[in-house]
Design a protein around this ligand. Structure first.
Ligand SMILES: *Cc1c(COP(=O)(O)O)cnc(C)c1O
Length: 402
């Protein structure tokens, strides 16, 4: 029973003010529920919700209406083309999502096959942290399906890749990988951060779990850290239960911002992808540029695959430019940019640039960089919402050096 403190003491009345109205009209923005705990009318209701016998909310790390609304909004976008419903879980960061998904799907003795070309922290999560717990990962060239097939074993629990990988914008053959995963009983887990659901929906191509760093395109404004995973209800239950134990829950205020970011995701990504394609075409063939990586270019090794898997005209908004002249020329090129800003991350409204070999791929030696197709001078651009001609003019001026 709740106590109405009309005649209570000062302190009792101070912590029990009259409740805010719950409007009968539907608010046109999602309410933010910041409460970490929820009141029940009876002990039985409390017990039933905790036991899962009754739908409801008890404690914010376990479930939160605001956070769930964000996760289900992403699930609705990722699962738009599927016959069966899918569900989402949200996390405090992309790494929170990835570590929880791996903890949910593997255990001591499990085997993982992962792309060699993945986000640095995902690589060290698999190669160091999870290896200590008995999860063995083999890294392969994900564009070589025969190599992938050769690495997968009967005890492989997870086949892991990224839809688009950094910085060469390598496209994963999701239907081909899904076939290999299905044959061996492994779950295909796809980090689709660089694509976002406005470019590609991996579940439609046979993936079992799709994961995002929502910090990037989903949030879209470089002001919120978050992550999300989408899968079938049975897989998402396992992921949720691991999340509840591990604890990387998303905060309600962050969920609100990410939920709002989704409203403009298609608009932003459509424009960013169009500008990226224009930017890539304008720089390719420049006398001071050795190569440009973007799936819209015929010179990109997976341009045909990208056209098959991705939405028309939306082939990603990261472009990597390889200027001639090596490391020094690449650093100087980035330093001379005025519209694009030198900064980490991607997917925001501003165009960001970074010299690859000294930043995101600083742990690779010359041979490893060459093997991964990364020239010593490569500069990665995350294209924002600026006018294309301003970005192109900026890059051309920076290349010319004046
Ligand atoms: C940024 C990123 C991550 C990690 O996400 P955080 O939100 O920074 O934890 C994982 N994968 C990819 C591809 C990313 O770009």
């Amino acid at each position: 029973m709740s106590y109405t403190p009309a005649s209570g003491g000062e302190h009792t009345r101070a912590v029990s003010p009259p409740p805010a109205a719950v409007p009968a009209e539907r608010p046109m923005r999602m309410p933010v529920h910041r409460a970490t705990t929820y009141a029940f009318d009876t002990s039985q209701d409390y017990a039933d919700v905790l036991a899962g016998a009754k739908q409801g909310y008890s404690y914010a790390r376990i479930d939160s209406p605001t956070v769930d609304a964000f996760a289900e909004a992403v699930a609705a976008l990722e699962g738009a083309g599927l016959a069966e419903p899918v569900r989402g879980q949200a996390f405090a960061s992309g790494m929170g999502a990835l570590s929880t998904v791996f903890m949910a799907l593997t255990g001591a003795g499990s085997h993982v096959v992962a792309s060699r070309s993945i986000y640095g922290n995902t690589y060290s999560l698999l190669d160091r942290l999870l290896r200590r717990f008995g999860v063995r990962t083999d890294f392969v060239d994900i564009t070589d399906l025969e190599a992938v097939r050769g690495a997968v074993r009967p005890d492989t629990a997870v086949l892991f890749t990224e839809t688009l990988s950094n910085p060469a914008m390598t496209v994963s053959d999701l239907p081909g990988l899904a076939r290999i995963a299905r044959e061996s009983g492994a779950a295909l887990v796809v980090d689709s951060t660089f694509a976002s659901p406005a470019v590609c929906r991996p579940l439609e191509h046979g993936a079992d779990v799709v994961v995002h760093s929502a910090t990037k395109y989903i949030g879209g404004h470089s002001d919120t850290t978050g992550g999300v995973a989408v899968a079938s209800p049975s897989l998402i239950d396992r992921i949720r239960s691991a999340r509840v134990d591990l604890g990387p829950c998303l905060a309600p205020d962050e969920a609100y911002l990410l939920h709002r970011g989704l409203e403009t995701l298609p608009l932003r990504v459509q424009r960013q992808c169009a500008t990226a394609a224009e930017f890539a075409a304008a720089l390719e063939g420049h006398p001071l540029v050795e190569r440009v990586d973007h799936p819209s270019l015929d010179s990109h090794p997976q341009s045909a695959l990208a056209a098959k898997l991705f939405d028309p005209g939306r082939l990603g908004a990261v472009v990597t430019v390889h200027p001639r002249g090596g490391w020094e020329a690449g650093m100087a090129f980035a330093d001379r940019l005025e519209v694009a800003t030198i900064a980490a991350s991607l997917g925001g409204t501003h165009t960001l640039a970074g010299h690859v070999a000294s930043t995101s791929h600083r742990n690779m030696n010359d041979a490893e960089l060459a093997d991964a197709g990364i020239s010593p001078g490569a500069v990665r651009f995350s294209i924002g919402l600026e006018d294309p001609r301003d970005l192109i003019g900026d890059a051309l001026a920076a290349l010319g050096g004046n």
